[in-house]
Write a protein that binds this ligand. Structure first.
Ligand code: PMP
Length: 384
């Protein structure tokens, strides 16, 4: 008889989400009344108006909604994607809303992947892609950060089924050019691959315009777009994410949604339907402010000699810790314990990122961000 009951080997082999692990350490320090400079959160704290829930149809809100999401919400999202990015979709058949884009990325991967299929993922790669691919019994094929779209040929095999692209990229802030996207799209078409385009930070751009991957695939043959209210709109706590894809894919994702989540929180759906437009009027201008802070912080990094991966979008930087002798985990842990500055180790974003940290600037004042960067600079020197 076994002494202890085993868990799934697949789940045991999965890494924790490093960004969330580091943020849990932050909460523990804060509980001990330590003042932590938080550069580890994947959020921007907008000033967001709050409307009353009591005006909503709470009787409806107390119950399940349609498993694709309430129609009016799908319609709103569909119109938003059309107006904002020129991507049209049928809210009846080509849009599904659920509890966060993280869940819907997983459901999309489960929908398209068979065991041992390979998925090409560009580093830096958001922490959950690799593990979600593994949880789908498939194999992540990582493209190191120093290679680009033009190098994809080297990573493709007869087993390749899909490419994941995160545009703009968390954590580098890279915004893919129209040319790069077209190149990737043409490649996927030639090789018969799906493209999962995670556009969670689509509005966090200014110098370089954002283009949705879906503009190249009018018939929605291969492109699956995911997005959410978490980053662009600063409302991660509402847990509203969505997917736009062809009817066949949406119908398959719908089955998974019905068996796993059922639907988003209905009351939240009603809230978003009623107040999203008013909220965006207030929050969209704040994106501009954050992007101008990004520029200011970039200049500050230059002035103290902190190097980073190229990028102009999002509220993240991928900062190099070279020539420190520490790994990114060791560095981030020491920085947190000794200086009370929280970042996320690069390793979580791919093997080629172990000499980098993710630095997020969405939640602290410019002065405190600069203080945190000074601490990074000093620790690099100390550990070189
Ligand atoms: N994609 C990317 C690139 C992200 O950074 C995140 C959140 N950190 C998500 C998806 C998931 O966001 P949510 O589940 O809140 O929609």
């Amino acid at each position: 008889m076994r002494k202890t009951l085993p868990l799934s080997q697949l789940v045991e082999a999965i890494a924790e989400a490093s960004s969330i692990r580091y943020n849990n350490l932050v909460y523990e320090l804060q509980r001990k009344k330590k003042d932590v400079i938080v550069l580890s959160l994947g959020e921007s704290f907008f000033d967001i108006p709050f409307y009353s829930f009591t005006d909503l149809d709470y009787v409806r809100g107390y119950h399940y909604s349609h498993s694709r999401g309430i129609f009016e919400l799908r319609e709103k999202i569909s119109r938003f994607y059309e107006k904002q990015y020129g991507v049209s979709s049928d809210p009846n058949t080509e849009v599904l809303v659920t509890a966060g884009s993280k869940a819907v990325i997983y459901m999309a991967l489960r929908t398209i992947l068979c065991p041992d299929d390979e998925v090409i993922i560009f580093e830096p790669a958001w922490v959950s892609y690799t593990e979600q691919v593994r949880l789908s019994y498939a194999v992540p094929m990582m493209v190191p950060h120093y290679e680009g779209v033009a190098d994809i040929n080297k990573y493709v095999t007869e087993r390749t089924k899909a490419v994941i692209i995160n545009n703009p990229n968390n954590p580098s802030g890279k915004v893919y050019s129209k040319k790069e996207l077209k190149q990737l799209y043409d490649f996927a078409k030639r090789r018969g691959l799906y493209i999962l385009s995670d556009e969670a930070y689509s509005d966090f751009v200014d110098e370089e315009p954002f283009h949705s991957m879906a503009i190249f695939d009018k018939k929605k043959e291969r492109v699956i777009v995911v997005n959410s209210l978490s980053k662009n709109m600063g409302m991660s706590g509402l847990r509203i994410g969505y997917v736009i894809a062809n009817e066949k894919i949406i119908n398959a994702i719908l089955k998974l949604n019905q068996h796993i989540i059922t639907c988003p929180a209905t009351l939240v759906e009603l809230y978003v339907i009623k107040y999203l437009d008013a909220i965006l009027k207030k929050t969209f201008p704040q994106i501009k402010k954050l992007l101008s802070l990004r520029k200011e912080i970039g200049r500050y990094m230059d002035s103290i000699g902190l190097e980073r991966l190229p990028g102009t979008g999002t509220f993240y930087f991928t900062v190099s810790i070279v020539p420190s002798k520490l790994s990114s985990e060791e560095f981030a842990t020491r920085l947190l314990k000794e200086d009370h500055v929280a970042t996320v180790p690069g390793l979580g974003y791919g093997k080629s990122l172990d000499s980098f940290l993710r630095v997020g600037i969405g939640t602290e004042s410019p002065e405190r961000i600069k203080k945190g960067l000074d601490a990074i600079r000093t620790l690099i020197t100390k550990t070189s």
